[in-house]
Design a protein around this ligand. Structure first.
Ligand SMILES: [Zn+2]
Ligand SMILES: [Zn+2]
Length: 345
């Protein structure tokens, strides 16, 4: 089968033919219908320090996906050949202390699809049956692939009240833009979108942002002006140190912040002044809660939110280099790869 592969420890991917996977006990093999590209895939492509320390080539990359069940391994039930499913991409152990207390999203032994095991930028992929989630009825496969990253935004938005609140979203990539849509759907009083990139701000506006701030030197006064005063809540999706600092400075005493973005550099905060004395709640967001986040995601995408504007470009598997260059240009929302070549950008 055709697959996108990190073949050697270094930058780039190749597209090559590899053997189709067979399902181990407890696994199914999915025929991939659509797989969206994540920032993690860009790190793998660039072979940054995180990738070099974590990944052992050769590896089929890619994780965000929708597909149809094509084969069942031993000891699999509750799913039929042909079922269309999305996939929770964190493969957890089920027996560490975090798993035992139900916090599967922070399992110490997490393996990530397309990072630690062969992934979804391929015609077929093997995944544990327990990682399957039914696709929202009527949702196209290329949009169902977005359920996984959309779930990150759902998880971030679940940490506090949004209704009637003044909310700022720092970082308007696809997850930030999904958070804008969720805050809008939850009847936030005002949603301010912050990003240095014009293209992304326009996408945030389409998803329901009331005010746009082109992040620059005067970040804090610009956000305050756009918000009309202090923030009740910040959703930090950028990982950029100035945005993290601005979020704790601008949220009112007693407010809350979800922190999802991971920056290249460490952020220095005045915790005593800006967190303790203000009584802020900081909520770290990793992955999705299994599977309450998926349940909430299904509810949002079953009517209240149309994710279609988040998906801006389609490529065939063979065109993965073009997809990576486009993403690095910043002039796109979500990009999907279509294994059967129904691309057309
Ligand atoms: Zn991802
Ligand atoms: Zn575990």
């Amino acid at each position: 089968m055709h697959a996108v592969i990190k073949s050697t420890p270094g930058p780039g991917f190749i597209v090559a033919d590899v053997a189709e996977p067979t399902p181990a006990p407890g696994e199914v093999v999915l025929e991939v219908e659509a797989a969206s590209v994540c920032g993690t895939d860009v790190h793998l492509y660039d072979w940054n320090r995180w990738a070099a320390e974590r990944v052992h080539p050769p590896r089929v990359v890619g994780h965000e996906m929708c597909g149809r069940v094509a084969a069942l391994g031993p000891d699999v039930d509750g799913v039929q050949i042909g079922d269309r499913v999305a996939v929770e991409t964190h493969l957890v152990c089920g027996h560490c202390p975090e798993c035992l207390r139900g916090d599967f999203h922070v399992c110490a032994n997490t393996r990530i699809l397309g990072v630690d095991v062969d992934g979804a930028f391929a015609e077929y992929v093997a995944v544990p049956r327990r990682n399957l989630w039914p696709v929202v009825p009527g949702l196209a496969p290329e949009l169902a692939a977005l359920m996984e990253p959309f779930g990150n935004a759902v998880h971030a938005c679940s940490a506090g009240r949004l209704r009637g609140q003044v909310v700022a979203v720092f970082g308007c990539g696809p997850i930030g833009c999904a958070a804008v849509a969720i805050a809008r759907a939850e009847n936030a009083a005002r949603v301010v979108a912050v990003d240095p990139n014009r293209y992304r701000l326009e996408l945030a506006e389409r998803m329901g942002a009331d005010a746009l701030v082109a992040a620059g030197d005067d970040l804090e006064p610009a956000v305050t002006r756009a918000a009309g005063g202090p923030l009740d809540c910040a959703l930090e999706m950028s990982g950029a140190p100035p945005a993290v600092v601005a979020s704790v400075r601008l949220v009112r005493p007693g407010g809350w912040i979800s922190v999802l973005g991971i920056g290249d550099a460490a952020t220095t905060l005045d915790v005593g002044r800006d967190v303790v004395m203000k009584g802020l709640t900081l909520f770290g967001v990793v992955g999705r809660r299994m599977f309450s986040t998926w349940e909430q995601t299904t509810a949002y995408l079953s009517g209240p939110i149309d994710p279609a504007p988040l998906l801006t470009h389609r490529f065939a598997l063979d065109e993965v280099d073009g997809a990576m260059e486009l993403i690095k240009s910043g002039r796109c929302g979500k990009v999907v790869l279509l294994p059967d070549g129904r691309a057309g950008h």
